[in-house]
Design a protein around this ligand. Structure first.
Ligand code: ZN
Ligand code: ZN
Length: 380
């Protein structure tokens, strides 16, 4: 089959910036060195342009996971243009198709099933799926956002000003325009390009699948560190409207922290979260499914299978009771103190259900671990 024609502008941009970052930047580092102002500027701009993509293009515009003040939207639109990944409108249109048709080689713009190279960068080097290029019908909501349309219309000017103007200005202040252009301009751009491209490539190949195996997306703590928190991609593909990707407090998700920080300052609102109960139940379903596969190969499988199924059903029941009580508690908290007796009663019940759930969870995890044991012995 004949390959689609090459997109020379894209090839040239990736090739030239890549070669400069790989050869000229290290040469400059060895011959002249970079001072701390240049290094700090580079790191700050990596985070600024990278998180304009993850917290802006991705979570704000593609998924509408929260709402942001117009000033924040303008700043994110400039940072996104600085990351040189096309306009918000175009990026979000591609990304919504990616979620809708994930892993479908015909429709997913960067389908992971096409391999690492294609999903990482290859999809941008040739004219694949031409009709996708100017059809923004899946982003009618974004076409009403004045900031999105302003950035789309003036993309080239904003992109060039951000990529050349900012480093030139900083370099002029630091008396070394060339050094700043190399480090905070080109090197920063190449780093942000590839770490964000990892979300389409590596985050669909490398890692665990705690929430779903219906698509190739993975959760990976190491990747999360390099992708401004987007490494929790398995969670993201099942609960895409959640403003968080790393839901635990200790999971590295600076994009989530930025959004929460903006909300704290009154600059963002309506942060959307998927109900905890749905998240927990998705995890359970995956655990049950995995254990069932393991048990199927055991001699006394049927008996264990029944036990596992019973414990699973009991856990689901405990979970439903607990979350119903929690919801009622939240509702009562909002009301006045007249119903304090009911509150007290419910509080006791809630505590009891919480304990029951914790005990059942422990039992469930132990049983799942036991299921793994015979296989580990056999493997050894
Ligand atoms: Zn994905
Ligand atoms: Zn997404």
């Amino acid at each position: 089959m004949k390959k689609p024609r090459l997109l020379f502008v894209n090839v040239a941009i990736f090739l030239i910036t890549g070669l400069i970052a790989l050869f000229i930047v290290p040469y400059e580092a060895f011959t002249h060195g970079f001072d701390s102002f240049e290094i700090i500027a580079c790191i700050v701009l990596i985070y600024f342009s990278g998180m304009s993509i993850t917290a802006g293009y991705h979570r704000l515009w593609s998924h509408k996971a929260y709402e942001a003040n117009p000033v924040v939207r303008v700043v994110l639109s400039i940072g996104g243009a600085m990351a040189l990944q096309n306009s918000i409108l175009h990026w979000c249109s591609d990304h919504r198709i990616h979620h809708k048709h994930v892993d479908n080689n015909e429709s997913d713009p960067y389908s992971a099933k096409m391999g690492f190279w294609y999903s990482h960068i290859g999809w941008m080097l040739r004219e694949y799926q031409v009709d996708r290029y100017s059809d923004y019908s899946n982003c009618r909501d974004l076409q009403k956002d004045k900031v999105v349309m302003w950035q789309h219309r003036h993309y080239l000017a904003i992109m060039l000003s951000a990529n050349f103007g900012v480093p030139i200005l900083l370099g002029w202040l630091n008396n070394d325009i060339w050094g700043m252009l190399l480090l905070a301009g080109v090197f920063r751009l190449v780093v942000v390009h590839h770490v964000t491209f990892f979300i389409n490539s590596l985050a669909h190949i490398w890692g665990r699948q705690p929430y779903t195996d219906k698509n190739s997306a993975r959760d990976n703590d190491i990747l999360a560190f390099f992708t401004f928190g987007e490494g929790y991609h398995n969670f993201h593909h099942i609960f895409e409207y959640d403003y968080r990707n790393g839901i635990r407090w200790w999971q590295f998700d600076p994009s989530k922290w930025l959004i929460r920080g903006l909300s704290f300052l009154g600059l963002a609102r309506n942060l959307r979260r998927c109900p905890e109960e749905r998240i927990e139940k998705a995890r359970l379903v995956m655990q049950l499914q995995r254990s069932k596969i393991r048990i199927a190969s055991l001699a006394n499988g049927e008996e264990i299978m029944q036990k596992l199924q019973d414990e699973y059903e009991l856990l689901v029941q405990r979970m439903t009771e607990y979350y119903a009580a929690k919801k009622r508690m939240m509702e009562l908290k909002k009301q006045d103190l007249k119903r304090s007796y009911e509150k007290l009663e419910l509080h006791h019940r809630y505590k009891e259900l919480k304990l029951n759930l914790a005990l059942q969870k422990e039992k469930w995890l132990k049983l799942n671990q036991l299921v793994c044991l015979p296989l580990m012995v056999e493997e050894n």
